[in-house]
Write a protein that binds this ligand. Structure first.
Ligand code: CAA
Length: 287
């Protein structure tokens, strides 16, 4: 596949916490970015979050006010997929639903140039299965960012079965320009980090019941005893309990290892709408 000679404009589809974080990285790295949400209101909320985090950098003298303004000016918003026509790279960060992603990629291919790269930020679905939605799967790669995207240094650059080397290397270069530490890997369930982290977090959650320990004490145990930057309950609340349950189920479906399956306790939390930080309540309560 021939890829665009230079990535100048990046489209981001879905401006939830991951998509907004990726859009922030794009404009901070000097790319033109266009973010697509389903409503103008959701787009504005994402812009507000990005403006808030950039302002914090200005307050801490890590960014000038001029650079903040220039970064925000590079971000446009739309609700219309057709406006992504001029993008050299589009990064999808919508809901983790294979059907929704397949429909989106099929629509997207109708809109973008033939040399545009299409990336998915999926955390646990197969990039190869998503790429099957398009006529030219060579253009599809995974770019898996970690939550919170602006702070976590890693991005996994995922090669699907039919990804072209040009698309993989172009995505890797974008990750580097965003200031990340990209790693290349193949499209296996959970890629690198989630293959390890998901069963580990599920073990932690099982220990809550087995050791009859409180979420606070489990978090203290893993931060003070294992050097984790945040405890497992805080981390699952940050990632989103629905996202964690979905990733666990997706890995369990592919690998059939019992440790991958989400513990019943967390499935019950998801079903009750306790989704962590984003819903105001998970293992902890948030303002
Ligand atoms: N976006 C942008 N900027 C943000 C932000 C966000 N979401 N959250 C915080 N910031 C900025 C803020 O401006 C903040 O400064 P102020 O408080 O002065 O405003 C600044 O970053 C620093 O924030 P913290 O003080 O909270 O930073 P910290 O030193 O405590 O580190 C952390 C925070 C990097 C998140 C650290 O706690 C950590 O590494 N935690 C582990 C996170 C992790 O493991 N993530 C991976 C989850 S798994 C995943 O994502 C995979 C998947 O597919 C589900």
């Amino acid at each position: 596949m021939v890829v665009a000679p230079e990535i100048r404009k990046i489209g981001i589809i879905g401006l939830g916490s991951m998509g907004a974080g990726i859009a922030q990285l794009a404009v901070e790295a000097g790319y033109e970015a266009i973010g697509r949400e389903v409503t103008a209101e959701l787009g504005q909320q994402a812009r507000g979050r990005i403006a808030h985090f950039l302002q914090r950098k200005v307050d801490k003298e890590r960014m000038s006010a001029d650079d903040r303004d220039a970064a925000l000016a590079r971000l446009t918003l739309t609700t219309d997929l057709a406006e992504l026509a001029g993008c050299d790279l589009v990064i999808e960060a919508i809901v983790e639903d294979l059907g929704a992603k397949l429909a989106l990629f099929a629509d997207l291919e109708e809109v973008v140039r033939s040399d545009a790269i299409l990336a998915t930020n999926t955390s646990a679905l197969s990039v190869t299965e998503i790429a099957a939605a398009v006529a030219e799967p060579a253009r599809v790669v995974g770019m898996h960012f970690f939550n919170p995207a602006p702070l976590m240094p890693l991005v996994e650059i995922v090669r699907a079965e039919l990804s072209s080397s040009e698309a993989v290397e172009a995505a890797y270069a974008v990750g580097e320009r965003m200031g990340k530490h990209p790693v290349r890997c193949h499209d296996t369930p959970g890629f690198v980090v989630n293959r390890v982290l998901i069963p580990l977090l599920n073990d932690c959650l099982r220990v809550l019941d087995e050791a009859r320990v409180s979420p606070e004490d489990l978090d203290t145990a893993m931060t003070a005893g294992a050097g984790w930057p945040m405890g497992p309950c805080t981390l699952v609340d940050l990632v989103g309990i629905d996202v964690h349950v979905h990733a666990s189920e997706a890995l369990y479906e592919k690998l059939r290892e019992p440790r991958m399956a989400p513990p019943p306790r967390i499935v019950a939390m998801k079903n009750a709408g306790l989704l962590g930080r984003k819903s105001g309540r998970g293992f902890y309560t948030y303002e």
